[in-house]
Design a protein around this ligand. Structure first.
Ligand SMILES: *Cc1c(COP(=O)(O)O)cnc(C)c1O
Length: 373
């Protein structure tokens, strides 16, 4: 697999660097109702279920748009109008689910912790014990805001013990962090083409427990976001209801083929973990400090505290690192000024070393001796 010569390396949470082969897969046209495309779609849906060990229990429903479209569609389809959600929030993507439910008109409560703190399992159990109206619990697997990994297995067990339904936004973790339907009982998981599976942006998907989705007719608040309708139509003739992102889907199928050839989730996690280790070690040598304690850090994206040196200007730093071929990512924290560096995408440890060398160079140019906060 190869990079596209001259393209910057994207150290971002997506869209991210894709292989040249994945981009090359888009150099054709497909009829959306033609058998070749119908077969590619069916194969991709099967592969995505397999990644989560969910082939028997769940169905895969793809949807046009960025990841948020898949989240919005899943929440609106799976949570009935008279349901009530409890959202575990420790970052912007948890907050976004609350906004989605406001638009959809679904009752919801939140259980919030700081951006560097996973949800409190005891508090969750207590909330579920005391609020019989809560039908669904919503959580983000890796909160991309900080890069924190939330304990979805423990959360899933707590939710199951309380007899409620769990929905996981696994957007930035799917394919890289373990998520097995047998070990983590979930009713729905959402992810997209352009994160750890290294496809191009343009489509998302949900894995939804078949028995749950079968009972979701009439729940959705919008036709284009109705995953029950999307699923039924696709089960019928194998086709998407409305114009599918044909090129995106074919590139996604090619990216998933490369994912499998690499060794699937364990291999993807190992490569990203090595990227993350090299990054954090190299940044520490320059004085930069990550926000999170190591045991909370997902090998997806790392938040660094903003250096204290008054000569450090993030926009200048960003621009000059970009000139050297590496694209960083601004911070999104509310608790502290920060910036982020992604570990995901079609990149390896040598790319991380290249990025570190570029950052070191730029710091020297700026006259900043240390990145310490
Ligand atoms: C990327 C991401 C999304 C979706 O964001 P889009 O910009 O709509 O693709 C949702 N949740 C998490 C945790 C994400 O990282």
């Amino acid at each position: 697999m190869t990079l596209t010569p001259g393209d910057p390396r994207l150290l971002t949470p997506g869209p991210l660097t894709t292989s040249a082969e994945t981009k090359a897969a888009m150099l054709h046209d497909w009829g959306s109702r033609d058998d070749a495309f119908v077969q590619a779609n069916a194969g991709l849906r099967r592969d995505l279920l397999e990644i989560a060990g969910a082939s028997e229990s769940h169905v895969c429903v793809p949807l046009q748009g960025s990841g948020t479209f898949a989240v919005e569609a899943t929440l609106g389809t799976v949570i009935p109008p008279d349901g009530k959600a409890l959202i575990l929030i420790n970052g912007a993507y948890g907050q976004r689910m609350a906004r989605i439910l406001d638009y959809a008109g679904r009752a919801h409560d939140t259980l919030e912790t700081a951006e560097d703190t996973p949800p409190d399992i005891g508090a969750l159990a207590e909330r579920l014990a005391h609020d019989a109206a809560v039908s669904h619990v919503l959580v983000v697997h890796c909160e991309t805001t900080s890069g924190v990994v939330n304990p979805v297995a423990e959360i899933a067990q707590t939710v199951k013990d309380a007899g409620r339904s769990l929905i996981i936004d696994a957007m930035s973790a799917f394919g890289a962090l373990p998520l097995d339907a047998a070990a983590v009982p979930f009713d729905a998981v959402m992810a997209s083409s352009n994160k750890c599976l290294e496809g191009v942006p343009g489509m998302g998907f949900a894995l939804i427990r078949r028995a749950v989705l079968e009972a979701c007719e009439g729940n959705a608040h919008a036709l284009s976001l109705d995953l029950y309708d999307q699923w039924r139509a696709m089960e019928g003739n194998g086709q998407w209801r409305f114009t599918p992102p044909t090129h995106v889907l074919i590139a996604f199928a090619e990216a998933v083929r490369q994912f499998q050839a690499e060794g699937g989730q364990p291999a993807r996690q190992a490569r990203y973990a090595e990227n993350c280790r090299v990054l954090i070690e190299g940044m520490a040598e320059m004085g930069f400090r990550p926000l999170l304690r190591p045991e909370l850090q997902a090998p997806i994206i790392v938040t660094f505290r903003m250096p204290a040196d008054p000569r450090f200007d993030f926009q200048v730093f960003y621009d000059r690192v970009k000139d050297r071929g590496y694209v960083l990512y601004p911070g999104k924290l509310t608790v502290a000024p920060s910036f982020r560096v992604g570990c995901i995408g079609h990149l390896g440890a040598d790319d991380m070393r290249g990025a570190l060398a570029a950052m070191k160079d730029v710091l020297a140019e700026m006259g900043v001796p240390s990145g310490a906060p």
